[in-house]
Write a protein that binds this ligand. Structure first.
Ligand code: ARG
Length: 459
């Protein structure tokens, strides 16, 4: 079978070169987008009088048939046709005859592949915004069900101050909100049309790029033809947005793994989201959380991989850029897998409120509040800190918690203490004392939930 670009060549391509340079084994993923772009292109060729209406019709019908065949899984792709663009063009020509060869008028694979990638990522970004929103909804549900569940809040993974479990979950809602906004922002740059840039310099045919942009739903066309065919920033942006999503998911995963350990036992993940051990009958492992945490590595790798491919590339298109695809497809798949599982895993997670309460009752996470209490009595904060430090040390040495101390014992450390401290030290009061915008007090968390729900409804 002859090559679409065979005219200038006198020798057959080396078999290994053919395999090495081909991208069809992975870029067949772009078949739908490639045909979508070609349909818009050929429609424009007709509208601009570059191709006669009859040819346009033949090519359009042919492309649709090729698409149907691909969808039915009947299309055969061949490595000797190198990539999805030439495979499809070849199939079109086989189907409709030489007139199919008119499709590529005024176009290059360079602006074609860039267009395919824009179409492909545009769809994914919309899909990921939807998946992130579902995950937020699962978190919001759990937050609403746990509006009075208190857990120790941690810094350095040491108990710090008690917080509402709902407040903790809402932190993730905020992180995923930023992820959504990042994706939405990147959409502006994804939604631009490269087609019409030709190989690098534009085309001699009187094409109408704005018509193609409108046909494909792009907001604008690339300003500069060199930039249009050599820009892969939009993929880097997607990969970096994906890397941050995975960062957030992996932090959550780490907490789920910890929380579901016997040591914490704060939550129990549903059986449907865990797996067992082939040797230890008692085991129930949080594999999904671990694997999402682990797969974060490949998503980072794909980002660094593409940045490195693009670094130092001269303008405009270079074959190196074919390396933009596998990492992108892999990231899309990895992110889909993680997000699809995460929302139901969170939704079905059982919260062990008794255990959380027990943890809060048996710690010193209310220590800041009696320091603040002494400050309220006029003691400078530094001195109050010192007094409470000593009080805590006394407790540790005597195997007690602050609420176990008698007033007499408190008074050994400062004369400013009185009966009110027992109220101040109650975890509910400690939590509700932090009644600042964005703080953990129940009214603030309820407001935060309401705001998040309202913004999700709007979107
Ligand atoms: N398969 C190629 C890629 O993905 C398509 C563009 C090829 N262009 C070229 N001039 N060889 O980058």
């Amino acid at each position: 079978m002859s090559k679409l670009w065979g005219g200038r060549f006198t020798k057959k391509t080396d078999q290994l070169v053919e395999e090495y340079t081909a991208s069809i084994l992975f870029d067949k993923e772009l078949a739908e987008e490639d045909i979508q772009g070609s349909l818009a292109h050929v429609t424009m060729l007709g509208k601009c009088g570059i191709l006669p209406a009859a040819d346009v019709k033949t090519i359009q019908d042919g492309l649709k048939q090729v698409l149907e065949r691909i969808r039915r899984g009947e299309a055969e792709f061949s490595v000797s046709d190198e990539d999805i663009h030439m495979n499809i063009e070849k199939q079109l020509i086989d189907l409709v005859g030489p007139v199919g060869g008119k499709l590529h008028t005024g176009r290059s694979r360079n602006d074609q592949v860039a267009t395919d990638m824009h179409l492909y990522l545009r769809r994914r970004v919309v899909e990921f915004v939807g998946l992130l929103t579902s995950l937020q909804e699962a978190l919001l549900e759990q937050a609403k069900n746990n509006i009075d569940t208190i857990i120790p809040g941690y810094t350095h993974l040491q108990r710090a101050q008690p917080i509402l479990f709902a407040h903790h979950l809402m932190a993730y809602v905020s992180m995923f909100q930023r992820d959504i906004e990042r994706l939405q922002d990147s959409y502006k740059r994804i939604n631009a049309l490269p087609l019409g840039a030709g190989a690098l310099a534009g085309t001699t045919f009187p094409i109408d790029r704005h018509f193609v942009a409108a046909e494909l739903g792009f907001d604008r066309v690339y300003e500069n033809s060199l930039d249009a065919v050599s820009d892969r920033d939009f993929i880097v942006e997607f990969l970096s947005g994906a890397a941050l999503i995975m960062t957030h998911l992996s932090r959550f995963c780490e907490e789920l793994v910890l929380w579901s350990s016997t040591e914490f036992a704060f939550v129990e993940l549903d059986d449907a989201f865990c797996t067992g051990s082939s040797i230890m009958p008692q085991k129930k492992n949080p594999d999904v959380a671990e694997l999402v945490r682990g797969k974060t590595g490949r998503v980072y790798g794909n980002l660094i991989g593409l940045l490195t491919v693009l670094k130092s590339l001269p303008l405009a298109y270079n074959k190196d850029m074919q390396e933009d695809k596998e990492g992108m497809f892999d990231t899309v798949k990895t992110l889909q897998g993680a997000l699809q599982l995460f929302a139901p895993m969170v939704a079905t997670m059982k919260v062990n409120r008794g255990r959380m309460r027990q943890a809060v009752n048996n710690d010193f996470s209310n220590a800041t509040d009696i320091a603040d209490y002494l400050v309220g009595k006029g003691l400078p904060f530094r001195q109050a800190h010192e007094v409470i430090g000593k009080t805590v040390l006394y407790c540790i040495q005597n195997d007690k918690y602050l609420l176990d101390l008698k007033l007499d014992e408190f008074l050994q450390f400062s004369e400013l203490f009185d009966e009110h401290i027992y109220e101040v030290l109650q975890p509910e009061n400690v939590v509700n004392a932090r009644n600042v915008y964005g703080g953990t007090a129940a009214p603030q968390v309820k407001d935060a939930i309401a705001r998040a729900e309202a913004s999700n409804e709007q979107a």
